[in-house]
Design a protein around this ligand. Structure first.
Ligand SMILES: [Cu+2]
Length: 444
């Protein structure tokens, strides 16, 4: 279909890729030899982060006393990769390991008319599309140079493309004391790490935000321009953009996947738990409805669906906080519109047993052997979870609007992970309240 060809050609032309790069992009995964080459290229690209020389180290002590440490790397398809992420709030004697690796695992973009379906990471040059940042868009921070893997535009290999900076986020807490009337408040600080990658007319901001209270947010912001080749006035699957009702920008989805490989307290042997709460009507003699929360161990690989009053956490097999509670991180879903068109987009979260060959939620470029399957849904096949990998799917159905031009305002989608019992108290507790752990009684 000519529409597809024009559209893809344009997207690639916009990236300035060489023919050689196109050939690699078009054939990776086609056979064992090319898949191995791709795997080697990915490994080579990510290698510097493994032992993390100074150029690849990010260390930020925030004004509130929390230090985040990590290594960054850059892969040809996934772009920015964060490794060895640790968190050290005030009062903790050493860094607490959180994530072994964290990165994007796909941006799947199907158009509503069925004409185009893109895998922006693995087939459309996301990694090579890294853009230079101006000092103004990394306020108060540092812009680092990223060396892109070979195979793209040789004139575009050193990119000032990684910003690390800090930002205030408003109140970390507020409390007026019953005892002395004093108000305790703190203004929270975050470390931000981000890149901007161009894929055709779209530009994706990959943002990682590390709060001083241990919460991590991962978000993708879509901006740039609507694709001028995906307008169709005829089929009723778009929204009129521009004067009158002549040009309809074709509606489409951005289904973004993240891959998180935890190593809480330095061990990959995490346990996954799912919690569900059930509300019941008041029984005789009760004032109000009751609610019962039940935790279940997720022993085997799972394709999970978000639901009201449902959540998951990854629990450390080894680490405990000072209250002797196992350390864990809770997965906090973000707003999502689940796209039901493909098996791999049908679930909100996947827990799979670690397999180095499984790197992308869909269109996995590696050759993992016959019958292995190329997307995350296929990897949920009953294995016992001893080293869980977490895949999170957050979708956005983009029905364009007049305001989307020009440039298109950033639309964010993503989720968070929040510490649960990583520290024994609020990690930012002021010294005057440090003894208020547990059941605090009046006048104590
Ligand atoms: Cu869009």
């Amino acid at each position: 279909m000519p529409v597809i060809r024009i559209s893809r050609a344009r997207r690639r032309a916009a990236l300035g890729l060489t023919l050689a790069a196109l050939a690699v992009g078009a054939t990776t995964g086609a056979g064992p030899a090319t898949a191995r080459t791709a795997a080697r290229a990915q490994a080579a690209a990510a290698a510097p982060a493994a032992d993390c020389g100074a150029a690849y180290r990010i260390e930020q002590k925030l004004a509130t006393g929390t230090t985040w440490r990590m290594c960054w790397g850059y892969e040809r398809e996934a772009g920015l990769v964060l490794e060895h992420v640790s968190y050290q709030p005030p009062g903790e004697p050493k860094p607490i390991k959180v994530l072994a690796t964290a990165k994007l695992a796909q941006i799947h973009v199907p158009y509503d008319d069925g004409g185009n379906e893109y895998s922006d990471l693995t087939r459309a040059g996301f990694g090579y599309g890294l853009l230079d940042l101006t000092p103004a868009e990394c306020p108060g921070g540092t812009i680092r140079t990223v060396k892109l893997p070979e195979g793209g535009d040789p004139e575009h290999r050193q990119v000032k493309g990684l910003c690390t900076t800090t930002r205030s986020r408003g109140h970390a807490y507020h409390m007026q004391s019953d005892q002395n009337g004093r108000t305790y408040q703190a203004q929270g600080k975050d470390l931000l790490v981000y890149t901007v990658n161009k894929v055709g007319w779209y530009e994706y901001i990959t943002e990682w935000r590390f709060q001083d209270d241990g919460t991590i947010h991962m978000n993708i912001g879509a901006t740039g321009s609507l694709s001028p080749y995906d307008y169709d006035a005829g089929d009723g699957r778009g929204w009129p953009v521009g004067k009158g009702a002549k040009a309809y920008a074709t509606s489409h989805s951005h289904n973004v996947f993240w891959r998180l490989n935890f190593d809480l307290d330095g061990s990959s042997k995490g346990r996954v738990e799912q919690y569900d709460s059930q509300v019941s009507a008041p029984a005789r003699g009760q004032q109000g409805p009751t609610e019962k929360t039940t935790g279940t161990k997720v022993a085997k690989e799972l394709a999970g669906d978000a639901r009201n009053s449902r959540w998951w956490r990854i629990v450390s097999a080894t680490g405990k906080n000072k209250d002797a509670h196992p350390r864990s991180y809770e997965i906090v879903p973000g707003a999502t519109t689940k796209y039901l068109g493909r098996p791999f987009t049908k679930h909100d979260i996947y827990f799979t047993e670690y397999n180095r060959c499984e790197q992308f939620a869909s269109d996995n470029l590696r050759n993992c052997g016959a019958g292995h399957g190329r997307s995350v849904d296929a990897w949920v096949n009953g294995q016992t979870l001893t080293h869980p990998v977490v895949w999170v799917n957050v979708g956005f159905h983009h029905i364009a609007r007049d305001e989307d031009q020009q440039p298109m305002p950033v639309h964010w989608q993503g989720f968070s992970i929040a510490p649960r019992d990583v520290t024994a108290m609020n990690p930012l507790t002021p010294p005057a309240l440090a003894d208020q752990n547990g059941h605090v009684r009046d006048g104590s």
